[in-house]
Unconditional design. Structure first.
Length: 385
């Protein structure tokens, strides 16, 4: 391994606890509360995520509950909650978002103990307000929520639910359908990645550092993440307890259009590129998802030729990993297994990463080359490389 690479690995592993310590805790975050996607047809999207990913429908809001503006389905799998929302009014803000971006992530909601304080602390540090602290109530108690703008049209909602015992939040009713596919083993959101325009990565990283008290966990430059044609740069931002991690990507100069530029072209601006969801048994999860029709990136055939030499001993059967297209990488803490879906809609924008951590705290740097080659192959088929 080159000296520069060794230095980065050593810095990463030696400094990770120090980095968490440096993250300011004026905004304690207990986890991801939910992720809301604005979609063209929430009923059909809910069916897809139930069928293909193994989510269960738990709550609903719409005409039947008195909402005359939109319909929302809440899906859950272990600690992951997805909210799928479709508007009724073609001239609404939600319709404008879908018209511009296609189906995509609008809200990354963060679970906090005090939504009023979260709003106060972030707005006084420069965050642009999206929603002032608001209390919503029903017979199950109350939820306090507030929100701020982040990159592009994406927002963070702060959700305080310590005084609420309902299924999701006021305005929603429990929902259980006769069609309930079994779980695919997804557990929680590991991280969420944002793509921003050229020159904006440092500004967004500064926002997370100064406005939300995050720290820069690790930085990748165009020497770390590149092929002969394309490259990107990334900064991984983390909160103090390490439960929330937001890698922020921007394109780097290359001979051809990178995946980040393709995303921005089709999404029409910055946005959430992918959601990484964790599993305790990636072989089971991917086997199930493939049977249910989820499409994954094809890993170059030569990738597995040197995996054993590069990552050492692992518990899984390498032949099975190869047959499923699951990649492996190792850091000083252990190893991880990961795989990426193709975009989950016709615009080449949002996709999912499935990840299993066996001690590793990094992000699969050893897989970047193969991942880029896979994405470039897809871009070439789409005619956008």
């Amino acid at each position: 391994m080159a000296t520069a690479d060794l230095t980065k690995v050593e810095n990463f592993n030696y400094g990770i606890e120090k980095i968490f310590d440096e993250a300011e805790d004026f905004l304690p975050i207990m986890g991801t509360d939910y992720v809301e996607l604005y979609v063209g047809n929430a009923k059909q999207s809910a069916h897809y995520y139930k069928t293909a990913f193994g989510f269960q429908e738990i709550a609903y809001s719409g005409l039947e509950t008195g909402d005359r503006e939109k319909t929302s389905y809440v899906l859950k799998q272990d600690k992951i909650r997805l909210v799928l929302t479709t508007p009724f009014d073609p001239e609404s803000e939600i319709s404008d978002h879908i018209r511009r971006h296609g189906d995509g992530v609008k809200v990354i909601a963060l679970w906090v103990d005090d939504a009023r304080k979260a709003y106060e602390e972030t707005t006084k540090r420069g965050a642009k307000s999206y929603l002032e602290p608001t209390v919503v109530k029903d017979e199950f108690g109350e939820i306090v929520k507030s929100g701020i703008h982040t990159y592009g049209d994406t927002i963070h909602m702060f959700i305080e639910r310590k005084n609420y015992t309902g299924v999701f939040m006021p305005g929603f009713v429990p929902s259980k359908t006769e069609y309930n596919p079994s779980s695919t083993g997804l557990k929680y959101i590991d991280h969420m990645v944002g793509n921003v325009e050229l020159g904006e990565m440092d500004n967004v990283a500064k926002f997370y550092r100064e406005v939300m008290g995050f720290a820069n966990l690790i930085t990748f430059d165009d020497k770390d993440i590149s092929t002969k044609y394309t490259a990107l740069m990334s900064k991984v931002m983390t909160n103090g307890n390490g439960r929330i991690k937001f890698p922020i990507n921007e394109p780097a100069n290359g001979l051809k259009k990178s995946q980040i530029e393709e995303y921005i072209d089709f999404y029409k601006g910055a946005g959430c590129q992918h959601i990484a969801v964790a599993t305790d048994d990636i072989v089971f999860t991917i086997s199930e998802m493939r049977k249910r029709g989820v499409e994954f990136l094809h890993v170059p055939g030569t990738y597995y030729d040197d995996v054993q030499a590069r990552v050492g001993e692992i518990s899984e059967d390498l032949a099975i990993l190869k047959s499923l297209g699951i990649m492996v990488d190792r850091d000083e803490e252990g190893y991880l297994l990961q795989i990426f879906t193709k975009p989950v809609e016709d615009r080449p924008t949002l996709f999912f990463e499935i990840i299993q951590r066996k001690g590793a705290k990094s992000f699969g740097k050893g897989n970047f080359q193969a991942l880029f080659e896979s994405i470039e192959a897809e871009q070439a088929r789409r005619g956008t490389l």
